[in-house]
Design a protein around this ligand. Structure first.
Ligand code: SF4
Ligand code: SF4
Length: 675
């Protein structure tokens, strides 16, 4: 061993690594500040569970490659001690870490763990290579870099085995069950009949190649997607904490008002760290409605594009961070192009349904929806450039308080004959039923509103509505980028609800649920918000309603999970429990269900935009429902007005009206209610 050579290697590699890291991290100083240091205990818990515990890696559907990754990750953790030991041996051949000396119980135990992990990591690296070169699943990006990294990993394991095997062979040690990999390598070397000199040379080659490989590997990481090996754990720690369904409130009033995302400098440091952390595993694409239906948007590709751009524009960003005065800042800013011009083009960010699949699938918690909405925000608030269908929606909400533009004075027509109390009349009610625009104006959804009223009355639940005083909560406007309009609508609703002292709100739309529960607190509106399927399940459990056989319900039923109910708000079982309470109802699950449910295509304001690219998302979902329900057909149940519309359209677009129907859970339960 050679202290001089070891020192030189460490100094050269350490110096180059520090230089690279400074270059990579320096641009982050120019980016938008965002505090991600709150709730340290919650962050630490997430780090242990999802970072060190790799929980998302072993999700159903991804278990095979996930387990291979877990093996490599665990091996790196265990072998890090071995790496320190080997560098120590470069200075002193008898070096060992405290407590892990040869012959000690801990040392033997660690030797066994190390050898097991070494073999597992080698097998996993070979498994991944097989996957990349032979089976080649769609979601994996083809790149020489990925193959090279796997060869690095295999090389690290083999060089360690060669070194230890040669040492054992030269010492004439017998097979040791506490050192199975080293013993096996020693046996192999012995079997080759090498001389002592040749065995010594193999050991030396193993030792030095291991040290060089680990140093080259470490220095190579920041240059490609394997930067995630260094950034993933911090990225998991600094993740967005619940409520994840809430978008950030833009400050539109003050001098430093923010209008979304135009250039790289409008990204937050966390959004840049996100792009550095993308492993390009492609899990985000598997159920992404835009990717699956051939639109130019995938979470992975957006990360790749922004990461490349940040690296390319690093000098300008560093200049911006160092700018001392306004002219210098302006000059540096002027050198940054708009992201919408080539990095993330408009057709990409307008395609997103904000369904959230990509974010919940991502093992390193990379955020996507907020930055796509921020790109829309800049287009809407500053450039006034947005699809013309969106312009109509904005105008309708502004003038009539609903996206259809139907007279606001007609908001309570759906219940004219039901004598529902108004909040303005006072009284102490269990719930304020926030009917929502679809529930009040859409002819199909009005039937769902009435079914909900029937259930509430059957259970003896007291409730009131706002009636004509209700106005659109602005959820679609916010996700279409019109933050100004959203803030107006949210503030008006909160003022009204707080004015009546409302505490509990019942909604029938998951989009209402998400914005009232998770976003209204930004405006001083704090309420307990319940989706109607949750309330129905509770009423059944409390025996306050007794569902009977649903009228005219022919064939099996499958439940389509609305994204804003299942993914963004974690409600998956209540609708199923409500359906299961209906006697004789046969529930079948679609392959993509619950958290892995497939979007209907309407979220993110896409309900109001034409779908001109690729195939139609709703048809993709209807095909799946049809295959699940079988030849004779049946019912697609859901709990969202947008899903109801999209599935209904998908059924007629695919010519399945004879065999498929779409119903809300409330309609199914209400149709057979026993008194
Ligand atoms: S965004 Fe997440 S899920 Fe998608 S490729 Fe990157 S690491 Fe994988
Ligand atoms: S939110 Fe949904 S539609 Fe948008 S990129 Fe992610 S998976 Fe695709």
């Amino acid at each position: 061993m050679s202290p001089l050579l070891t020192s030189l290697l460490l100094a050269a590699a350490g110096g180059f690594f520090a230089f690279t890291m400074l270059r990579r991290l320096a641009p982050l100083r120019a980016l938008r500040r965002e505090d991600r240091t709150d709730q340290a205990a919650e962050r630490a818990r997430a780090l242990v569970l999802f970072g060190l515990g790799q929980r998302r890696m072993v999700d159903p559907g991804e278990r095979g490659p996930g387990l291979l990754h877990v093996a490599i990750f665990a091996a790196f953790l265990v072998l890090s001690l071995r790496t320190v030991t080997l560098f120590g041996m470069g200075f002193d051949p008898s070096f060992h870490l405290p407590l892990l000396g040869p012959g000690t119980a801990l040392g033997r135990g660690y030797g066994l763990a190390k050898d097991v992990m070494l073999v597992l990591a080698l097998a996993a690296a070979l498994g991944f290579l097989w996957r990349r070169l032979v089976t080649r699943p769609d979601r994996v990006t083809r790149s020489w870099e990925g193959n090279l990294i796997l060869l690095f990993i295999a090389g690290l394991m083999l060089s360690d085995m060669a070194f230890e095997g040669a040492e054992r062979a030269l010492s004439g040690l017998p097979f040791d069950r506490w050192a199975p990999a080293g013993s096996l390598a020693a046996g192999l070397l012995g079997g080759l009949g090498l001389s002592a000199g040749a065995t010594h040379a193999v050991g030396l080659a193993g030792f030095w190649s291991h040290l060089v490989l680990i140093l080259v590997f470490g220095n190579f990481l920041p240059y490609g997607k394997h930067f995630h090996i260094l950034t993933a754990l911090p990225n998991v720690y600094f993740q967005r904490l619940p409520p994840t369904g809430a978008l950030r409130k833009l400050d539109l009033e003050s001098e430093g008002a923010s209008y979304g995302l135009r250039t790289a400098k409008d990204l937050s440091w966390k959004e840049a760290l996100d792009t550095y952390s993308c492993t390009e595993c492609g899990r985000c694409q598997t159920h992404c409605p835009t990717y699956v239906t051939g639109k130019p948007l995938s979470h992975k590709e957006v990360n790749r594009a922004i990461r490349r751009h940040i690296v390319e524009k690093a000098p300008e960003l560093v200049r911006l961070a160092r700018a001392k005065d306004a002219p210098a800042r302006e000059a540096a800013e002027a050198a940054l192009p708009a992201l919408s011009e080539g990095v993330v083009p408009p057709e990409t960010f307008w395609a997103c349904t904000t369904c959230g699949w990509c974010e919940t699938a991502c093992p390193v918690f990379i955020e996507n929806v907020p930055r796509l909405v921020d790109l829309r925000r800049h287009q809407v608030l500053v450039e006034a450039s947005f699809p013309e269908e969106a312009a109509r929606v904005f105008k309708n909400i502004e003038t009539q308080g609903n996206p259809w533009g139907i007279g606001s004075n007609r908001r309570a027509e759906w219940c004219e004959d039901l004598a529902i109390p108004r909040a303005s009349e006072g009284g102490d009610h269990e719930y304020l039923f926030f009917v929502g625009c679809a529930g009040a104006f859409d002819d199909r959804q009005k039937k769902v509103s009435r079914a909900i009223v029937q259930i509430l009355r059957s259970a003896g639940v007291s409730f009131a509505i706002l009636g004509e005083e209700e106005t659109c909560n602005g959820e679609a406007a916010r996700r279409l980028g019109n933050e100004y309009l959203y803030q107006q609508q949210a503030a008006a609703n909160v003022e009204k609800l707080n004015g009546y002292g409302v505490r509990r709100i019942l909604v029938q739309c998951p989009h209402c649920l998400n914005t009232i529960r998770n976003e209204f607190p930004q405006f001083g509106g704090n309420y307990e918000v319940v989706h109607h399927t949750e309330l129905i399940a509770r009423l059944v459990a409390e025996r306050r309603i007794r569902p009977g056989a649903a009228e005219g319900l022919a064939g099996p039923v499958t439940f389509h999970d609305p994204c804003y109910l299942a993914r963004w708000n974690g409600v998956t079982e209540a609708p199923r429990e409500a359906l299961a309470s209906v006697p004789g109802l046969s529930l079948r699950e679609m392959p993509r269900n619950r958290r892995e449910g497939f979007c209907c295509g309407a979220g993110g304001g896409r309900m109001w935009l034409e779908e001109k690219l690729g195939t139609r998302v709703n048809q993709n979902r209807v095909e799946e429902a049809a295959a699940t329900l079988g030849e004779a057909g049946g019912v697609v149940a859901t709990g969202c007005p947008f899903c109801l519309t999209m599935v209904k359209d998908g059924i007629s677009e695919t010519g399945r009206e004879e065999r498929l129907r779409v119903l809300d859970v409330a309609e199914i339960v209400a149709s057979g209610l026993r008194t």
